[in-house]
Design a protein around this ligand. Structure first.
Ligand SMILES: NC(=O)c1ccc[n+]([C@@H]2O[C@H](COP(=O)([O-])OP(=O)(O)OC[C@H]3O[C@@H](n4cnc5c(N)ncnc54)[C@H](O)[C@@H]3O)[C@@H](O)[C@H]2O)c1
Length: 343
């Protein structure tokens, strides 16, 4: 059907009051002056780019559809990047990168962020972050940090936790699988089976069980969702001089797990991406480099920025991946490593 005919049909069935909205939702504009050359009909628009979010249009489409005078509001942080009313689950959320990312999601407006970690009670850092979020300005009912003690290696327990969150909140939108362990340097030809298995059980099985726990709830509620698996640049490159075969192998597995899950879950609008940090200074890395300060200089020299990263430097990327700001991103690995991979 020619473009003009399709638009005319659409307009003729729409009541006058809803015409402008229908056109705006379809990414169309209402006057020749602001024509975008956008797709040819509402149906085509849906088939081509999917259902638009309730706050559409945004960006250039919004500018072109807007009346020619009067104040307008920015949408980028109000809508696309916001986590308002969303519910998230973060494994390894008691400290380190998990806690930093849990806090970022809460700060971005999430209703509740469930941190799952091993200790029976959350640590002092977690408790202080919860208190800080409680004191942060915002709408009532936002930014609730919750703690659940569990072992990500226990599939049944993880699925149950997902169900409990789903039952309590009526939704589960975001999952960050950040629980992970690193064992001491050991030569590959001598690597003991037990130690190798221990790393795989947390870094591979545990990541899968966490992603399953959340993905099953995302499927249950039918809103789609975003699953972020924390891999590492060590899944793609070897950290020169560090014989970490179990860790690096486990992170490669997470990269492929992410691509696999993305392909299986895409039709359910569940996005799955991996986030691969470089050398970030956390408890995990401090335990390793603090007793050997020359390693800090060495690791710093391995990237163009000449330093280690800070956990807070993952706040933006996790919020982007979790929110509507990344709705066309799935099956990707996002490297955040100071350019370590660039040379
Ligand atoms: N710090 C870095 O430089 C760096 C770089 C790349 C990737 N990563 C990855 O980021 C993630 C977080 O690392 P981090 O530096 O914050 O480490 P961290 O040790 O500070 O935090 C890891 C958390 O995972 C939890 N955990 C471990 N085993 C668990 C289990 N069986 N069940 C539940 N929770 C468990 C720990 O209790 C801890 O709170 C890990 O997957 C790590 O491999 C870290």
């Amino acid at each position: 059907m020619p473009m003009g005919t399709a638009i005319t049909r659409m307009l003729s069935v729409a009541r006058p009051a809803t015409r402008g909205l229908a056109l705006r939702r379809a990414g169309f504009v209402t006057s020749a002056r602001s024509s975008t050359g956008s797709p040819s009909s509402l149906e085509n628009q849906r088939k081509t780019t999917g259902v638009l979010p309730p706050y559409a249009p945004v960006g250039v489409s919004a500018a072109l559809a807007a009346p020619s005078s009067g104040a307008v509001k920015p949408t980028l942080f109000e809508h696309e990047f916001t986590m308002t009313d969303r519910v998230a689950m973060v494994s390894g959320g008691n400290r380190g990168l998990g806690l930093e990312m849990a806090m970022a999601l809460a700060e971005a407006g999430a209703r509740a962020v469930y941190c799952v970690d091993l200790p029976k009670q959350p640590g002092e850092e977690w408790t202080k972050v919860k208190d800080y979020l409680n004191r942060m300005e915002g709408k009532p009912g936002q930014r609730r940090l919750e703690y659940i003690s569990a072992d990500v290696r226990d599939q049944e327990q993880m699925w149950k936790i997902g169900e409990t969150i789903g039952d309590r909140e009526g939704r589960l939108d975001t999952c960050v699988a950040a629980a992970g362990i690193l064992k001491s340097i050991t030569d590959c030809l001598e690597y003991p089976a037990k130690q190798f298995q221990e790393v795989m059980e947390v870094n591979v099985n545990g990541v899968l069980f966490t992603a399953q726990a959340a993905g099953r709830q995302m499927e249950r509620f039918g809103h789609g969702g975003s699953i972020i698996l924390i891999a590492s640049m060590s899944g793609t490159v070897v950290n020169k001089g560090n014989n970490w075969i179990s860790y690096n192998t486990s992170k490669s597995a997470v990269l492929q797990m992410g691509r696999n899950m993305a392909c299986e879950l895409g039709p359910k609008r569940i996005r799955v991406n991996t986030l691969s940090p470089g050398h970030i200074y956390t408890h995990l890395t401090a335990a390793y480099v603090d007793p050997q300060p020359h390693l800090i200089d060495h690791w710093s020299s391995l990237n163009p920025l000449g330093r280690l990263g800070r956990p807070d430097e993952l706040r933006g990327v996790v919020t982007w991946l979790a929110s509507d700001a990344s709705t066309y991103c799935t099956g990707s690995d996002i490297l955040v490593n100071g350019g370590h991979h660039a040379w």
